[in-house]
Design a protein around this ligand. Structure first.
Ligand code: UDP
Ligand code: MG
Length: 313
């Protein structure tokens, strides 16, 4: 087997129900293109039969390669590992639950052949998502858009094609809290979006509960913006102004002979307000600090139990 021209990278965390169907779709679509391809599946510490299933797929079809994590590291890290091991000239990242239809891959490839180095899927329509997911997703893109300077395309997920040159750049970025959408956008190069219809999950349920979505949002914001840190300035200056104003008003009232409007209630609420604001900013500082600490420890991004199929070419 020569080096494949295309690599399809898909992370899988407890996807035993979707995997065989996913493989069938990918094989059909990629075989129709008529060039060498490989399917790099990253087993992200699944607790169901995903691991065995991947090995069965590999036994059937040597173009299926496996990166088997030693535990669950999360979606973004799994994609990263897939890109680290992919050998193609163009690398497509796609979810293994068939929400991103493999049938769109030829379109991405067509754009790549036109010379675009990043071709990302834009979800024109999303089926089978709860209003809550749609609402929080929209809020998320808005927030990222207004907080950061890099342009992260609205409604673009992690379904995209990357040229080898871009993959190599991304591979040099070893940050631990990864927001790959942002990193790809940050990298630059010729980018273009391709609209597609996002289906409902083929089977199973989302592996992205609210907790993980919030973490991704925090990682995205801290990785691409220092605005939250600077907000302390604004808030501090505002409160300072308010304090001075209040002092002046109290002084005026005292000079005019009126009883000033102080009481325990007022003092208590102001104390709570100030304490709250300070703790919030301590928390924000903490978020950034935890990330600095993460980087300083400089641990590897993931640990691999086994690599299957990569040395056979
Ligand atoms: N995934 C993963 N590790 C995780 C969570 C998810 O590898 O910790 C994979 C999952 O198997 C799927 C993709 O990432 O292929 C997207 O996850 P999911 O479909 O649950 O997210 P959603 O589409 O609901 O946002
Ligand atoms: Mg999904």
């Amino acid at each position: 087997m020569t080096k494949p021209r295309f690599s399809i990278v898909a992370p899988a965390y407890n996807e035993e129900e979707s995997l065989p169907e996913f493989y069938r779709h990918v094989r059909e679509v990629m075989d129709a293109i008529g060039e060498e391809w490989e399917l790099v599946l990253v087993n992200d510490g699944s607790t169901d039969r995903t691991g065995e299933m991947l090995r069965e797929l590999h036994a059937q079809d040597r173009r299926v390669c496996i990166v088997d994590f030693a535990r669950n590291f999360g979606h973004q890290i799994a994609i990263t590992a897939g890109m680290d091991h992919a050998r193609g000239e163009a690398v497509v990242t796609i979810d293994a639950d068939l929400q991103d239809p493999p049938e769109v891959i030829p379109e991405l490839i067509a754009r790549w052949r036109e010379g675009y180095q990043v071709v990302y899927g834009v979800r024109a329509e999303r089926e089978g998502e709860t209003w809550f997911k749609l609402f929080t997703a929209r809020l998320f893109y808005r927030l990222i858009g207004s907080l950061t300077e890099i342009e992260i395309p609205m409604e673009a997920g992690d379904f995209r094609l990357l040229d080898r040159q871009v993959v190599e750049e991304l591979r040099r970025m070893r940050e631990h809290r990864r927001f790959i959408r942002g990193m790809t956008s940050w990298a630059g190069y010729r980018q273009i979006g391709v609209p597609y219809q996002r289906h409902a999950r083929f089977a199973g349920e989302t592996k992205y509960p609210l907790r993980k979505m919030l973490r991704l949002a925090l990682d995205a914001i801290t990785a691409f913006s220092d605005l939250p840190l600077k907000l302390a300035w604004l808030c501090g200056l505002g409160l300072l102004g308010l304090g001075v104003l209040l002092g002046l008003v109290l002084l005026g009232l005292r000079l005019a002979g009126a009883t000033p409007l102080v009481g325990q209630g007022l003092v208590l609420s102001v104390a709570l307000l100030l304490g709250g604001v300070q703790l919030v900013f301590l928390g924000i500082l903490g978020e950034y600090m935890a990330r600095i600490y993460d980087e300083v420890r400089n641990r590897p991004l993931y640990t691999v139990r086994e690599l299957v199929g990569f040395d056979e070419s």
